[in-house]
Design a binder for this molecule. Structure first.
Ligand code: HEM
Length: 498
C-alpha cells in the first residue's frame, strides 16, 4: 500500500519473478549460493530487477553501470545497511561498522578506517607484508596441505601487526580468537541463518523463549571482551614505551580527535581484522584453484617474474610490481572469476527514488550481485572463461594502458561500490600482488595425478572460498627453495618487528 501511495506517476517497480502472497519470493531463493540463481534471473529480467521477501523489497543489480549509477552516483541515499536483528542488533549491539546504518556513528568510524588504510598509509605497511609473505612461503613449502591455515595466518598476522603491533608468534591465541570472531560473523550474518531475520517480531520474545537471544548475548560478550582486551594491551605497552606504530596506538593517542568511545574504537579495529583476513586468504585460495585449472597462465606469470628477478636470482618485491602486468592481470581475473563477496554486501536505500524510469521505494535492499556483474558479456566477452588476457590485450573492452599501472584493483567491483566501498582495498591489493608474484617465482602448483579438483565447490556465507581441495605444491628448483629458506631466516634474525 505504501508503495502504491508514494510511487510517482509513470514510474513502475522493477520487473521480477512472481512470488507468493505475503512471503513473496522467499521459497524461490536458494539458501546457499543465491548469486547463481540471481544471475540466472538477470538473464530474464535484466540488469535491475526486484524480489520481495516477507514484504521487503530486494533489488538485484547485475551490471557495473547500474551499480555505479545507484550506489556511487547517488551514494547520499544508497549507503545504508539493513538492520538484521541477529547480526547487527543482538550480536553487534550497533557497534560493528560493516553493519552500521549510514549515519553519524558509521561516519566517525569510517574516518578512522580511512586514515589507516588510505594509499599513503598502505604503502608504509609494505615491509610488514613482505616479511609475513616470507613466513608464508617457507611454511607452504614445508606443509603444503596446510595451505588454508597458512593463508589465513598470513592475512591475520598482517592485520594483527597493523592494528595492534602484535606479531603472530607468541600471540597465536589472539589470532585464533580473532579468526573465531570472523567465522562467527560470517555465519550469523548469512541470509536465512536465523529465523528472527525473516520474522523480526521474534525480537520481542522474552529471553527464556528465545535461545537465539541468549546465543547473541554470549557472542557479543565474547567479541567485546576480546576487542577491549586487545586495546587494553596496547595501552599497557604504550605506558611503558613498548608499543610500535599501529592503528590502535594512533586511535588511543588521539582518541578525542576521532570522537569515538572506547568501545566504538575497539569495534572499528576489530572489524578491520575481521573484514580483512578471511577475504584476502579466500582470494589467494581461488588463485591456487585457477592455476590448477589453467597451468598455462601459471607458466606465463612464472616467466614474467623470472625475467625481472632472475630464474634463481631473488624473490620479487613491491618495487617489481609495476613491471609485472601479467601477475596483476591474473589476480584481477581471479577476483572477477571467483569473487569473494560473490553476492555483494547489500546497501539499503534511505529515500524513495526513481532510476531510469523505475521506482525504488525507501527501504529497498540493493544487492550488487558481483557474480552477475563480473559476467556481463558486454564488458567481459566469454565471461565464464578464466582469461587474464582481457586485461592485457587491446582487443578486449577492459584493456587499459599504461601497463605499468593497469591492470590494478582500484575501483574493481570486487571491492564494492560508493561510500561503503572496501576501505582495505589498498592493503588487500598490496598483499595480493606481492603474494601472487612471490608464489609464481618460488613454487609450482599442480593437480595430483588422478585427483579431481572441482571448478566450483565453495563455502556458504557472504564471503566465500573454495572448500579444501588437493594439489601438489613444490619448489620450482632447489635454488629457489634455498633462497626462500634463507630469506625467512634473515627476516627472523631481524627480530619481532622485522
Ligand atoms: C581480497 C580482499 C578483500 C575483498 C574482496 C573485500 C571486499 C569487500 C566488499 C565487497 C565490501 C563491501 C563494500 C560495499 O558495501 O559496497 C567490503 C567492506 C569492508 N572491507 Fe573489505 N575486502 C577485502 C579486504 C579487506 C581488508 C584487507 C580490509 C582491512 C584492512 C577490509 C576492510 C573492510 C571493511 C572495514 C569494510 C566495511 C566498510 C563499510 O561498511 O563501511 N577489507 N570489503
Amino acid at each position: 500500500i505504501s508503495i502504491a501511495h508514494s510511487r510517482p506517476s509513470g514510474a513502475e517497480l522493477p520487473p521480477g519473478p512472481r512470488g507468493l502472497p505475503l512471503i513473496g519470493n522467499l521459497l524461490q531463493i536458494p539458501p546457499k549460493h543465491s548469486w547463481l540463481k540471481f544471475y540466472e534471473w538477470s538473464q530474464q529480467y535484466g540488469p535491475l530487477y526486484r524480489l520481495s521477501v516477507m514484504g521487503r523489497n530486494q533489488v538485484i543489480v547485475s551490471t557495473e553501470k547500474v551499480a555505479n549509477g545507484l550506489l556511487r552516483e547517488r551514494g547520499n541515499i544508497y549507503s545504508s545497511r539493513e538492520q538484521l536483528p541477529m547480526a547487527a542488533k543482538l550480536m553487534s549491539r550497533d557497534l560493528r561498522p560493516l553493519l552500521l546504518p549510514y549515519g553519524e556513528r558509521w561516519r566517525r568510524g569510517r574516518k578512522l578506517m580511512h586514515a589507516m588504510t588510505m594509499p599513503s598509509a598502505a604503502t608504509s605497511y609494505q615491509p610488514l607484508q613482505t616479511s609475513e609473505s616470507e613466513h608464508l612461503l617457507v611454511d607452504l613449502l614445508r606443509q603444503p596441505d596446510q595451505y588454508e591455515f597458512l593463508l589465513e595466518r598470513y592475512a591475520g598476522a598482517v592485520i594483527m601487526r597493523l592494528a595492534y603491533d602484535k606479531s603472530y608468534e607468541g600471540n597465536e591465541d589472539d589470532v585464533r580468537k580473532a579468526l573465531q570472531v570472523v567465522h562467527t560473523v560470517e555465519r550469523v550474518a548469512s541470509p536465512g541463518a536465523y529465523l528472527v531475520d525473516t520474522f523480526p517480531f521474534l525480537m520481542y520474545l522474552p529471553d527464556f523463549l528465545a535461545p537465539f537471544k541468549r546465543e547473541a548475548k554470549a557472542l557479543h560478550q565474547f567479541e567485546l571482551t576480546f576487542f577491549r582486551s586487545m586495546l587494553a594491551d596496547v595501552r599497557e605497552r604504550l605506558s611503558v614505551n613498548a608499543c610500535g606504530p599501529c592503528f590502535a596506538r594512533s586511535f588511543l593517542e588521539r582518541q578525542d580527535s576521532w570522537s569515538l568511545s572506547m568501545d566504538e574504537g575497539a569495534y572499528v579495529l576489530g572489524t578491520l581484522f575481521e573484514a580483512g583476513s578471511g577475504t584476502t586468504a579466500a582470494a589467494m585460495m581461488s588463485f591456487i584453484l585457477a592455476m590448477l585449472h589453467h597451468p598455462a597462465w601459471q607458466t606465463a606469470i612464472q616467466c614474467e617474474v623470472d625475467d625481472i628477478c632472475g630464474a634463481d636470482g631473488r624473490l620479487p618485491n613491491f618495487a617489481d610490481v609495476p613491471q609485472l602486468p601479467t601477475v596483476r592481470a591474473v589476480i584481477k581475473e581471479v577476483l572477477r572469476w571467483r569473487p569473494v563477496t560473490a553476492g555483494g554486501v547489500p546497501h539499503e536505500l534511505e529515500r524513495d527514488d526513481v532510476y531510469d524510469g523505475v521506482f525504488l521505494p525507501k527501504g529497498t535492499n540493493v544487492h550488487a550481485n558481483q557474480w552477475a556483474i563480473h559476467r556481463d558479456p558486454a564488458l567481459y566477452p566469454d565471461p565464464d572463461t578464466f582469461n587474464p588476457a582481457r586485461w592485457l590485450d587491446e582487443k578486449y573492452p577492459t584493456y587499459r594502458t599504461p601497463l605499468d599501472r593497469y591492470p590494478n584493483l582500484q575501483n574493481s567491483s570486487a571491492f564494492g561500490f560508493g561510500r561503503r566501498i572496501c576501505p582495505g582495498m589498498n592493503i588487500a591489493e598490496n598483499s595480493l600482488h606481492l603474494l601472487t608474484a612471490r608464489l609464481a617465482w618460488a613454487v609450482d602448483v599442480r593437480k595430483k595425478p588422478g585427483v579431481d579438483v572441482p571448478w566450483y565447490n565453495y563455502t556458504e556465507g557472504f564471503n566465500v572460498q573454495p572448500k579444501p581441495f588437493q594439489f601438489e605444491l613444490i619448489a620450482r628448483s632447489a635454488d629457489k627453495r634455498r633462497i626462500v629458506e634463507q630469506t625467512w631466516q634473515q627476516s627472523l634474525a631481524r627480530g619481532p618487528g622485522r
